[in-house]
Design a protein around this ligand. Sequence first.
Ligand code: FPP
Length: 262
Amino acid sequence: MRDVDRVAPPGTEERQLLDGIPPDRFPRHVAVIMDGNGRWAKRRGLPRVEGHRAGIEAVRSTVEAAARLEIPVLTLYAFSTENWRRPRWEVLTLMGLLKEYLHKELDSLVEHNIRFRPLGRLHELEGEIQQGLARAVEATAGNTGLLFQIALNYSGRAELTDLVREAVRLARTGQLHEETVDEAWISDHLSTAGTPDPDLLIRTSGELRVSNFLLWQIAYTELYMTPVLWPDFRARDLIRALADYASRQRRFGGVPEEAEEG
Ligand code: FPP
């Protein structure tokens, strides 16, 4: 049962929106590009890293709301392969926040029956982070609620490049044949293997880009862009996105269901 009372108390605008969503119109997979931390900080006259720190609270709140709303999969874009180009201090702070998050939030993930899965070129992250990630994966492996995926040192192009390299290697050693490779095989060999493609991609801070996120997986994903800056994003904003998604008519390249004949 969805724990709606804890996410949207009765009598609130977001509760009304939530109550208006038919159960079969909830997305199975929500992906989020968390953007606007720097601007959030700048508006307050704070250093950029303070925006990232404040962004952690939005992560916590969104993960918890998704779990309570029984969304099966949530994927957050926390650090891209391009983010290494940021000033050293900012990269160090982001890695520090990640360590802190893994340390502080593990009990809460377990408590909320959340399964944790990092995506990306994890072997390039520092040892302590790799260990923290492995600990979180192990501690939550038996959980059956929300699958919380976090993309770290990730980009869609890097993911596809790694897959092509792996396919070439397998083919060279006779373990993969041309006929085996189809769209399902590719999906099954990406880091998101086993999850449905995102139904909904949310991007905060008003930017209208997909920024190299889940490029293969978002082929038919509905996009929702909001001007809300990531550190301000809370359950109410997730609910607004869910309500908007529920009102969309998806076609997957075909015709709307009502237009089908017979
Ligand atoms: C984009 O804002 C945000 C990021 C590059 C990092 C997202 C990271 C967090 C929310 C915190 C870390 C999360 C965990 C779980 C450890 P930006 O800096 O590009 O903002 P701007 O476009 O306003 O400059």
